[in-house]
Design a protein around this ligand. Structure first.
Ligand SMILES: [Fe+2]
Ligand SMILES: [Fe+2]
Length: 452
């Protein structure tokens, strides 16, 4: 077994005060699984003992791995004290099941979050299976990041002084911007700057200042509607007298169609109505249907900030009133069913990673809710397109400042939020077979993790 690995070194935690208490090695996550690699993470801290955020404890990192049925090999044993332990194992074989043992200070890392404790879950069995690459030639990669929330000051449900939201440490006051910068840097340096869909809630409350910062950030990544596409989220809703988001990005209830180098169409729509739920106006439906009717078979990625399935609406703890209204959910799905090229519809808003069940049985469109960038789980998703289908991979931000904030924001909503947002390993990493042979290779190099 020829395994190579890299380890993120998140040591930017305030652990100057020695923490007493029992060491918990917990929140084990098989976060990212590609055809040739896996990223496994966990944290170490003391018992919460009534605290909103438990005291971190920095200890070493150990990881052993091997194919199921074979011996495990200690591939990593690093005594450097860390709180967020992130191990990336590369050099794996596609479609193979591996077993692993993750530990710190000799104690095994335990699955704690609800989606990691389900029967058969990767964190519970301590096994995962690498993905396989879809058939045909590699075409391109598109990224999606949503809920950046530039200007936000607290993460979670803000209920006065109640500890339902997490306040950043003073050095993290600008966490939303920090996370946005970190995401764009990682997309540029690690993933070759794919076309990025920033799918709503780009600002906190659509102020001119927040929009100026967001625009500057995205301009540093590339050109609008060439390197990135922005949709509006409920936080970016027009204000009483003005609409800075409209001035900086795109007008209210305007649909946008952008063609990527491979020929892929991005259909970015505005699903916002007010501060929570959403709608689509008749004039935007006209734009959407005219665009799809002009080329119904063109492989198309659709995006709205709000999820558009009943499954999403009724499974969200915020309830259906926080969602796109019922008639628009159905109407949009019907329109997408009539355009067979629409193979995937991306949404944000719920800050969770979740594959949806479509309302219509015979549709070509899959529906995916993507987790937030601004806070736990803290990352973005890559969609790798091949002639025979696509791969979905969620990536967490890896720089120390980002991980330090992800450690803290994991405790939003009294610690309950993380259980609802992480999703399963398969929600974050999966392959879908669908005919995308109408596209042509974009010329982008095949990402390292897809080279088998
Ligand atoms: Fe949001
Ligand atoms: Fe939202």
């Amino acid at each position: 077994m020829d395994l190579r690995l890299s380890v993120a070194a998140p040591d930017a935690f305030d652990v100057s005060t020695p923490t007493r208490g029992r060491l918990l090695v917990t929140d084990l996550e098989v976060l990212t699984v590609t055809p040739t690699s896996a990223i496994i993470s966990w944290v170490t801290h003391a018992a919460r003992l009534g605290r909103v955020i438990p005291q971190p404890i920095a200890v070493g990192t150990e990881m052993a791995i091997g194919p199921v049925g074979g011996p495990m090999q200690l591939v990593h044993d690093d005594p450097t004290p860390r709180v967020y332990h992130v191990v990336e194992i590369t050099g794996l074989e596609p479609g193979r099941t591996y077993q692993f043992r993750a530990s710190s200070g000799g104690k095994p890392a335990m699955a704690a979050l609800r989606p990691t404790r389900i029967v058969g879950g990767c964190e519970r069995t301590r096994q995962f299976t690498t993905l396989t690459v879809p058939d045909g030639r590699y075409l391109t990669t598109v990224a999606v990041a949503n809920d950046i929330h530039i200007g936000e000051r607290r993460q979670g449900i803000v209920l006065g002084g109640l500890p339902t939201s997490v306040t950043p440490r003073p050095d993290q006051a600008d966490y939303a911007h920090m996370m946005g910068v970190s995401a764009l840097n990682q997309l540029a340096t690690r993933h070759g700057r794919p076309l990025l869909i920033t799918n709503g809630d780009i600002t906190y409350d659509n102020s001119p200042e927040q929009n100026a910062i967001a625009r500057e950030l995205l301009d540093s990544y590339g050109s609008q509607n060439q390197d990135w596409v922005a949709t509006r989220g409920n936080h970016d809703h027009p204000r009483r007298d003005d609409d800075p988001f409209g001035d900086y990005f795109v007008g209210y209830q305007q649909a946008q169609a952008v063609q990527e180098t491979s020929g892929l169409r991005i259909l970015a729509m505005d699903s916002t109505r007010g501060s929570g739920g959403g709608w689509i106006t008749p004039s935007q439906y006209e734009q959407v249907t005219a665009e799809l009717d002009s080329d119904p078979d063109r492989p198309t990625l659709a995006a709205t900030h709000h999820p558009v399935t009943t499954d999403a609406a009724w499974s969200s703890p915020s309830g259906p009133q926080f969602m796109l209204r019922g008639r628009d959910r159905l109407k949009l799905q019907l329109i997408e069913r009539q355009a067979p090229g629409v193979f995937l519809h991306l949404a944000g808003h719920t800050h969770r990673m979740r594959r949806n069940r479509a309302d219509l049985a015979d549709t070509n469109t899959r529906y995916l809710e993507n987790a937030a960038c601004a806070a736990y789980p803290g990352g973005y998703t890559l969609i790798h397109l091949f002639e025979g289908g696509y791969l979905v991979n969620f990536w967490r931000l890896s720089d120390p400042a980002a991980l330090s904030w992800i450690y803290r924001s994991r405790w939003q909503s009294l610690g309950i939020g993380a259980h609802l947002m992480l999703g399963s390993t398969a929600d974050r990493n999966h392959r879908v077979d669908v005919d995308l042979s109408g596209l042509t290779p974009s010329g982008r190099p095949v990402p390292d993790e897809l080279v088998c």
